[in-house]
Design a protein around this ligand. Structure first.
Ligand code: GTP
Ligand code: MG
Length: 452
């Protein structure tokens, strides 16, 4: 039945896994770009989104897919950072997703963030497949660029094949230890009962046709009921990032996971002080296959239906927070939707004390992760906020009763220019780092030295 194609929701596919196991490279191969090379330290810092249309998928999958078997519009891939300090962001990525790809380096096997990702998938009940990546690093490998994995296997020596097999069975064993019955994907009959493992290489593209085939099959078969939900209702989404865009001012890169967002819609967006009520001036879509995180050319559109990555331009978005909800008001009252957004934000509120340090972070997710790390280290928090370090943060830090608490811990944020002289003149110590545990350690070391 192909009459549904326009109303079926694009499935959201989260790509999860340990740092450096090849998540961004895998997406690069699928979209034919090189985002990974352009990243600072080749580490993904923010969640990204890329829309891959069905014809690209069927083009890559070649003989493995007959596009007329599918009536899904394509897949929306969500790239997530692998570093463990991003656990909360990843949890959102996991929760946001319909299905997931767990990327595991065949040589490294399960690593701490692999376990963490598995926990998230189990908790959220998200169906997933395992991409056993980097098969090309098997000693003696004879690469077969872009080929289905069976054909590639046939081209390998017995020795290379058995070494790869050994690594693959190791991963299958680790999945079983984690409570999931798994097998090589071509042996899996029922993907609801067993996890399929797809050997592949993001570098050479071999096995990528197989992964796309399995993902389309999974989405089509098990997701159809959910995908067919009414995508004409008021749009709901999550802010990935707040960005200044020339000619538009502050905009929010958003993943729309339900309903429709239209130009001119009144929306409520989670803000730093209170929910922002504003009217959409422009909806800007990245081109298909483009990563919204790095895209520079956008197309103005009248509406977008879930699931999609879209940049929203509207007045007053400068106070919006990454990780916060976006809700279209449509036929409800503004107050009703504001309450909804407030309730959702209350769930992720950080506990503060009368005494403690000031914490600033770039997203709600990383702020939450910072708060967790500080709680474990028994460091109290006086104030925790999303955003760059401003003069008032310094003023607040100065009011701390204890000297050791006259400190600001900034994760992935900058010191605003107009706060520089305030900091120089204040008795406040600033710690900045892009790795959460290092930031906490730096602060702990400082306190220790102070007490000596
Ligand atoms: P984070 O975003 O930091 O969590 O890492 P990631 O999982 O996105 O890994 P990324 O794609 O940035 O790849 C890490 C490194 O592994 C890069 O140097 C890649 O070139 C390399 N790499 C990824 N996939 C393959 C592969 O299939 N074969 C080989 N040989 N190298 C790969
Ligand atoms: Mg990455």
């Amino acid at each position: 039945d192909h009459t549904h194609a326009d109303t079926l929701r694009t499935p959201i596919v989260a790509v999860l896994g340990h740092v450096d196991h090849g998540k961004t490279s895998l997406l690069d191969t699928i979209r034919g770009s090189a985002v990974s090379e352009g990243e600072a330290g080749a580490i993904t810092q923010h969640i990204g989104a890329t829309d891959i249309p069905l014809d690209t998928i069927s083009g890559m999958a070649g003989e493995l897919i007959d596009p007329s078997d599918f009536d899904l519009p394509g897949l929306l891939f969500i790239d997530t950072p692998g570093h463990h300090s991003f656990s909360t962001l990843r949890a959102r990525g996991g929760a946001l997703a319909d299905i997931a790809v767990l990327v595991v380096d065949v040589n490294d096997g399960f690593q701490p963030q692999t376990e963490e990702a598995i926990d998230i998938l189990r908790r959220t009940g998200t169906p997933f497949v395992v991409a056993a990546n980097k098969v090309d690093t098997t000693p003696g490998w004879n690469p077969q660029d872009g080929e289905p994995i069976q054909r590639s296997m046939d081209a390998q020596s017995e020795r290379a094949k058995s070494m790869l097999d050994e690594n693959l069975y190791e991963i299958i064993g680790q999945l079983s230890d984690a409570g999931f019955s798994a097998d090589l994907y071509w042996r899996v009959q029922d993907f609801q009962k067993n996890i399929g493992v797809v050997p592949l290489s993001a570098l050479t593209g071999e096995g990528v046709p197989d992964l796309l085939t399995v993902l389309m099959g999974l989405s089509q078969r098990f997701m159809k009921e959910e995908m067919a939900i009414d995508v004409t209702g008021p749009g709901e989404g999550t802010v990935l990032e707040v960005k200044d865009e020339r000619g538009f001012g502050a905009t929010v890169d958003t993943v729309v996971y339900d309903g429709v967002i239209r130009n001119g819609d009144t929306v409520v967006v989670g803000g730093q002080d209170e929910p922002i009520v504003t009217e959409i001036r422009a909806l800007l879509r990245p081109r298909p296959l483009a990563e919204i995180r790095t895209e520079k050319e956008f197309e103005k559109v009248g509406e977008v239906a879930a699931a999609a990555g879209v940049k929203i331009a509207a007045p007053d978005l400068d106070q919006a927070m990454a990780g916060a909800p976006v809700r279209v008001v449509r036929d409800r009252t503004v107050d009703q939707v504001v309450e909804e957004v407030k309730a959702e934000l209350a769930e992720i509120e950080v506990e503060t004390a009368d005494n403690g340090v000031v914490v600033k972070a770039d997203t709600l997710g990383s702020l939450e992760a910072m708060a967790n790390a500080l709680r474990e280290a028994e460091v109290p928090i006086l104030r925790a906020e999303v955003g760059d370090i401003a003069p008032r943060d310094i003023a607040v830090a100065e009011t701390a009763n204890q000297d050791e608490h006259k400190a600001i811990l900034g994760f992935n944020v900058d010191l605003l220019q107009n706060a520089e002289s305030d900091l120089e003149n204040a008795d406040v110590k600033l710690f900045k780092n892009e790795v959460i545990y290092q930031l906490v350690e730096d602060y702990e070391r400082y306190v220790e030295e102070k007490q000596r």
